[in-house]
Design a protein around this ligand. Structure first.
Ligand SMILES: [Zn+2]
Length: 86
């Protein structure tokens, strides 16, 4: 999925539809920014000094508080935005 304006609107709409509308968990500010891109959170399944590259990961949208910069992640799968064909 390409991160364009269309996708950005879809993500914002889905987050809203899920009722994720509470103020910032850290500072109580009401305004957030959806960052211009996805992150893939890596899932580590063992604790060691070895870093596994290319293992399982969770693609997420990133929302940042406009005041304090606190960052939250929303899994794209939960928002129904994975495997969408364009
Ligand atoms: Zn905040």
């Amino acid at each position: 999925m390409k991160f364009d304006q269309d996708t950005k609107q879809k993500i914002a709409k889905q987050i809203e539809a899920k009722g994720a509308l509470k103020p910032c968990a850290r500072c109580g500010h009401q305004n957030f920014s959806l960052l211009d891109g996805f992150v893939s959170l890596p899932l580590s399944q063992e604790v060691s000094n070895n870093v596994v590259i290319g293992g399982p990961s969770v693609p997420c949208a990133v929302v940042a508080c406009s005041n304090c910069g606190h960052i939250d992640f929303h899994a794209l799968g939960a928002l129904g935005l994975l495997n969408t064909q364009k």
